[in-house]
Design a protein around this ligand. Structure first.
Ligand SMILES: Nc1nc2c(ncn2[C@@H]2O[C@H](COP(=O)(O)OP(=O)(O)OP(=O)(O)O)[C@@H](O)[C@H]2O)c(=O)[nH]1
Ligand SMILES: [Mg+2]
Length: 389
């Protein structure tokens, strides 16, 4: 879509029931067999694109799509719909009066607000009076959806006609004659539209498309960020838990622990596309720690600075104590990580709730005991492995 906008491309796509001659119409416009045509229903299975050289301005592309209303053809129908959504101009192809399915599809695509030419193909299959009648029926059926000047009859790939030739001696001879391709009316209507509003169409559609796309992209980016964020936090929780558990020097722990949280915050801020400095990260930890004190009193601050606890017990005495301390460190890092994410998702702000509620919400969402026991198990596994070496 970006290339299209940048290069001012205009995309013209066909849309319609299987076997009405969508591919044939495009081939007739192009004057060559660019798209595969078959008597079999469902010949076209994916979207294909070909540049329409005939227009001097260039950048006009014709796009073939699979037919709608195919048995088990939901995926194709969806594809056709997607292509219709991306195209600047639609050729809705039919080959007789519209079926109910066609009419509802026409209504659906006309909601997308792009110009639609209703192409009535295979006109060679009707005689003059029939054509007149068909035109007036169709005109009435699509009143309010398609302007009369945008209903165009074509014969993209007419069949041969059986004729009787009488020679000079009066002998009758059966022969066939190729009926002429009739595409000129469609060609000239297309030229008119493209010349008068081509660039506007392309730009307008791109912005419509971009609006819808950016919403979708934003949603999926957030989801991806949350997944990566989750893994990142887990990694730092493990790292910090183990670091605290194995480090025999409490003072060093304190620094190591803070350093780990700071780098986790910096890491997360990059994942969320809002990079933070070391100082900012340090301030954020202080803010979060302060909320913990507000919520649970000073003891929590001690717990958060997990090495203080270790200091109190006089260093590692058993694996269990070490693992417990590690688990507290793990838990604190998890809180800091989750709160940091909330802060980042809101664009580096606490939003209306303020930091205290933000922290409270995270604490409420975590089951402390199960987090701690998972942490302890993981750290124990590591410690035992290390001891075994
Ligand atoms: N009589 C007549 N037959 C046509 C005309 N245009 C196409 N056909 C025939 O209709 C059949 C289907 O044509 P396609 O162009 O493959 O139709 P399509 O809509 O692309 O079909 P799918 O890709 O299967 O959805 C082929 O046998 C064509 O020869 C036409 O103007 N007159
Ligand atoms: Mg086709």
């Amino acid at each position: 879509m970006l290339t299209k906008l940048e290069q001012g491309q205009l995309h013209v796509a066909v849309f319609g029931r299987v076997s009405v001659g969508k591919s044939s119409v495009l081939n007739a416009l192009l004057g060559k067999q660019a798209f595969s045509v078959s008597i079999l229903h469902g010949e076209t299975t994916t979207d294909n694109m070909e540049e329409w050289q005939e227009i001097d301005a260039g950048g006009i592309y014709l796009i073939d799509t699979p037919g709608i209303n195919e048995i088990d053809g939901e995926a194709r129908e969806q594809l056709a719909m997607e292509v219709a959504n991306r195209a600047d101009l639609l050729l809705f192809v039919i080959d007789s009066d519209l079926t109910e399915v066609e009419l509802s599809a026409l209504k659906a695509v006309s909601h997308t607000n792009r110009p639609i030419i209703l192409v009535v193909n295979k006109s060679d299959q009707y005689n003059e009076p029939e054509l007149l009648q068909l035109r007036s029926i169709i005109r009435e059926r699509v009143a309010g959806l398609i302007a009369p000047e945008n209903i165009i009859f074509t014969a993209a790939a007419p069949t041969k006609q059986a004729i009787i030739i009488i020679d000079d001696e009066g002998n009758e001879k059966e022969s066939t004659r190729q009926r002429p391709v009739d595409i000129i009316n469609l060609k000239s209507r297309l030229w008119d539209i493209i010349q008068s509003e081509g660039k506007t169409l392309s730009a307008l559609n791109a912005s419509l498309f971009a609006g819808k796309l950016s919403e979708q992209v934003a949603r999926s980016i957030l989801k991806t960020r949350q997944e990566i964020g989750e893994r990142t936090i887990k990694m730092y929780c493990t790292g910090k838990g183990i670091a605290v558990a194995v480090n025999p020097i409490p003072v060093a722990d304190l620094f190591a622990a803070a350093a780990i949280d700071i780098s986790m915050i910096i890491h997360l801020s990059n994942i969320y596309g809002l990079p933070m400095s070391k100082t900012e990260a340090g301030d954020l930890i202080k803010t979060i720690a302060a909320q913990m004190v507000l919520l649970y009193g000073a003891v929590w601050a001690v717990n958060l600075a997990s090495s203080a606890l270790k200091f109190g017990t006089g260093g590692i005495s058993t694996l269990i104590t070490a693992a417990t301390q590690g688990a507290i460190a793990w838990y604190s890092t998890l809180i800091i990580g989750r709160v940091t994410e909330t802060y980042l998702v809101k664009g580096k702000s606490w939003g209306e709730v303020g930091p205290k509620l933000a922290v409270q919400e995270i604490l409420d969402s975590l089951d402390r005991d199960s987090v701690m026991s998972e942490a302890k198990d993981e750290i124990m596994r590591y410690l035992k492995k290390e001891k075994g070496k």
